[in-house]
Each structure stands twice: as C-alpha cells, then as structure tokens.
Design a protein around this ligand. Sequence first.
Ligand SMILES: NC(=O)c1ccc[n+]([C@@H]2O[C@H](COP(=O)([O-])OP(=O)(O)OC[C@H]3O[C@@H](n4cnc5c(N)ncnc54)[C@H](OP(=O)(O)O)[C@@H]3O)[C@@H](O)[C@H]2O)c1
Length: 300
Amino acid sequence: MDRMYIAGCGGMLGQAFYEEFSQRAELRCTDIDVNEEWLDYLDFREFERYRADVRAAAPECLVHLGALTDLEYCELHPDETYATNTMAVENAVYIANELGIPLVYVGTAGIFDGRQEVYDDWDRPNPLGVYARAKWAGEEFVKHNAQTYLVCRAGWMMGGGPRKDKKFVQKIMAQLRGGASELAVVDDKLGTPTYTRDFARNVRLLLERRWWGLYNMVCQGLTGRLEVAQAIVDESGLGGRVTIHPVGSDYFADSYFAPRPDCERLINRKLALRGLDAMRPWREALADYLRTDYEGYLLP
Ligand SMILES: NC(=O)c1ccc[n+]([C@@H]2O[C@H](COP(=O)([O-])OP(=O)(O)OC[C@H]3O[C@@H](n4cnc5c(N)ncnc54)[C@H](OP(=O)(O)O)[C@@H]3O)[C@@H](O)[C@H]2O)c1
C-alpha cells in the first residue's frame, strides 16, 4: 500500500499505526483530537466531509480506527455512541466501497458475554453494554457490506504511553507514580491484553498478503486484571514495595458501572492457522511497552 488514510488516528492505537506505516506509505491521518503535527481535523460522523477528505487523499486503503472508548461515557450517551461507533463505521464502508479500496476496522473482545473461558474467531458474540453493542453493530455492518475488509479484534489495549494511554496500564502507572504502596485490583475480570505496536505490525502483515476477513488479534496467553497489575508492579521494579489487594468488581461499582463481561479472553485461532500470528506473549509485550514508553516515569 503506497497511500493510506487513517481516520481517528489520534489515540492509543493511532500512535502505533502512525509509527508502523509512516515509513512505508504516504499517510493522511485525521482525528477530532488534533494532538500531533501529523494529524488533521476530521469528524468521521460527518459523511460528506469524510467522503471528500478520503477522496482527495486517494488512498489504496481506508483504516477506520477511531471510536468512543470510555465505556461509562458510552453507557450515559447511547445516541452519541451509536453515531460514532456504528454509524460512522457505516460511512467508512460506503466510502471504501465507492473508491473500490479495502477497509480496516478494529473490533473488540468486549462483544462477548463472558460465559465461555475463551473465545475464538468463530464464537458467537452477545454484547452486554452500549459500547459493546455499538462496536458489534459496526463490525457486523463491515462484514456484511464492505466489498473488501479486514476486521481485527483487539483485547485490553496497551499502548500510547503516559500521554495517550487511557486504559489499565496507565491507570496503574499513574497510581504508582503518585506514590501508592497499596493497590486495589479486581480479581474477577479475565481477558487478554493487546499491545498496540504488535497489533499494527500484524495488521500490516495481513494487508501485505491481502488475507481479508475477520481476525482475533490479541497477545498470546490468558490472564486477568490482577495478574497484569502484578506484572506491571514487578516490571517496574516495585515488587515487594507495593501490595495489591484483590477485590471484586463491586468495589468499583460507582466509577465503573458499565456492564463488562467477566471473561473476554480471545485466542487468535485464524491467525495461527494462517501461520501469521505475530502477537507476542502479553508479559513480554508489557515489558517492552513499559521499557519503551515509561522510562523515568516513576522517578521522583
Ligand atoms: N482501548 C481499548 O481497550 C480497546 C479495546 C478493543 C478495541 N478497541 C478499539 O480500537 C480502536 C482504537 O481505539 P484506541 O484504543 O486507540 O482508543 P482511543 O485512544 O480512545 O482513540 C480513539 C480516537 O478516536 C477519536 N475519535 C472519537 N470520535 C471521533 C470522531 N467522531 N471523529 C474522529 N475521531 C474520533 C478519539 O478522539 P477523542 O479522544 O477526542 O474522543 C481518539 O483520538 C477503536 O475502534 C476501539 O473501539 C479499543
């Protein structure tokens, strides 16, 4: 691909896509949060503007990355969530089809109901909350309507560093930086992390081979919030100095009130069968992430 358009590229995953593809292709990257000099403003909910901007860039591939990703915000703002996480994806499908180019969409492990111990690419989703319903609807629209597509499902996202990471790793790191010697972490939520840089690389490998379709794309290994938190503490050299208290999700019921599956562990069955699973074990990826993006972050 010599020219690519990446919409919603200002977040955690967008950073990794920019790093992965900017040396290899001419990029046009847009977002409503213009936080880099390589980003321009575009609200992808505005169909005509989105269409005109992509047409002008004449890309060989449209990557639709952005979404509202705060589950509590989504739960409180369902219309905005469906407009952003579903209808805007429909916009992307129309545009990609009109231009005759492939569409890349990022799905989520959160579309499952948590009753199984693990989910492969062919398991049946049953989304629980507004965010998950909206993302699943977007995924379904892509699969049923896009002429050529890649849908890659991510798990618990880690990437972007202190400035862009809005998720679990940053939340733990921020507490450690604040001097916390005790952490409360849920012991009833299971999942699989996804390191943004590995994800971007694996998407590139699929694009290069033109192996279209749906792929689970998470780090290797099954884990849970508690184990990931302990790994963050240990990788930061604070093992022994920080105590983690396991708690149930009820403990955080006021701040994290959106429904979440107890288990959203994915395995990359299709990638493995293709012989193209470049996702590393989650702990190795986590160590790499902390080394690369958090060096010096915990120093006083
Ligand atoms: N984060 C996770 O744990 C996770 C897990 C699985 C899948 N995913 C999926 O991965 C993709 C990338 O998410 P991420 O982790 O990089 O999240 P992120 O850091 O929140 O980035 C998403 C970006 O999209 C932007 N955006 C929101 N509405 C937009 C609009 N109308 N037009 C243009 N840009 C818009 C956001 O801007 P604002 O910040 O201003 O809203 C943000 O810069 C999303 O499709 C997400 O659903 C995420």
